[in-house]
Write a protein that binds this ligand. Sequence first.
Ligand SMILES: Cc1ncc(COP(=O)(O)O)c(C=O)c1O
Length: 394
Amino acid sequence: MDSIQKTDNFVFQTYLRQGKAFVKGEGSFLWDEDGKKYTDFLAGIAVCGLGHCHPKITQAINKQASTLVHVSNLFYTMPQADLASKLCEKSFADRVFFANSGAEANEAAIKLARRYFQKKGDKIRFKIITMEQSFHGRTMATLSATGQKKIKEGFYPLLEGFSYVPFNDIEALKNEIDETVCGIMLEPVQGEGGIIPADPQFLKAVRELCNDKGILLIFDEIQCGMGRCGKLFAHELYGVTPDIMTLAKALGNGLPIGAMLATQDAAAGFDYGSHATTFGGTPLATAAALEVVNIISQETFLEQVREKGRYFKDKLVKLKEKHSRVTDVRGEGLLLGMEIELEKDKDAAFFVGKLMKKGFIINGIQDKILRFAPPLIIEEKDIDRLISALDSLL
Ligand SMILES: Cc1ncc(COP(=O)(O)O)c(C=O)c1O
């Protein structure tokens, strides 16, 4: 049996997979088992920000893998301590809780927002308002937080205490506030929902509202953070800071790691025993992530992301001007989306398949949006090649 047959026979059929099995990755490129080379404009869904098998990350993994991999959070380890202090140094936060995925980081944030008030004796504050079209994960609490109906089907009843308002609509948000609200949770740039950036005025108004009402503001930067939008954290584009922020995806450049960062005040919601996970912050994952943060947080690196993002977006906008079926181009940095009008029987997957045949990896979201989230080290000449492939397809 080949890898496709074996996977289809033995792995849960929850993912619609494409193409051949990949066997190798280097920088912005992937190779399949037939030796065909692809240029990667997806980076494992915004995970391999530094590209595949970045030498410094590989070196950090190798060194740590041969020294100490796991001891549990009953003990101290230096890589975890170093990563936590580095993340705090580079952000608004004072404390970090380590998890293993984005959903788990968001679970931690949801639990922290509730416990923050319950610990103070404020037991009626438990509700979290999130945005329509948001995506926060697939565990029961994060699915409940997610503002997209279609992925909730079959899982009701969901967790109580979530409500949803249209993204970028401050009046709708104000109308939803009452004395039961403990948190507002949003992605500064929505990813899965269709690459939709927050409106700067909206984000500022949300911060003010949270200050006025004593509500915790939670930013989910699992997809838009870690340099993806041209700043280490996407909220820096807006000059608005949250009380709690979640990270995952690109934090480990492929090693599973999630993190919840919080101010000292918000972090006081958790005490010894309030929350835990066996694998969170292993020496292996944190040693890799520390190296990732060291590289991505350099201003020269981030400036290059912004430059390439502008270059890429300009080219996409030119395609829009040329082809009437392109209805929108949007996004920040190297998290870009292109909305297209398709013939009746086709969706974005049609374009994804055609591009894959031409040796490019992208993906489609919300049926009609092409998402581009290449490694942040992608070169302009590779962007040019994708643009001309897209041009001929359009
Ligand atoms: C914004 C956002 N939050 C949370 C998640 C969930 O992360 P994970 O798949 O690691 O659980 C994702 C994943 O796509 C995401 O994009």
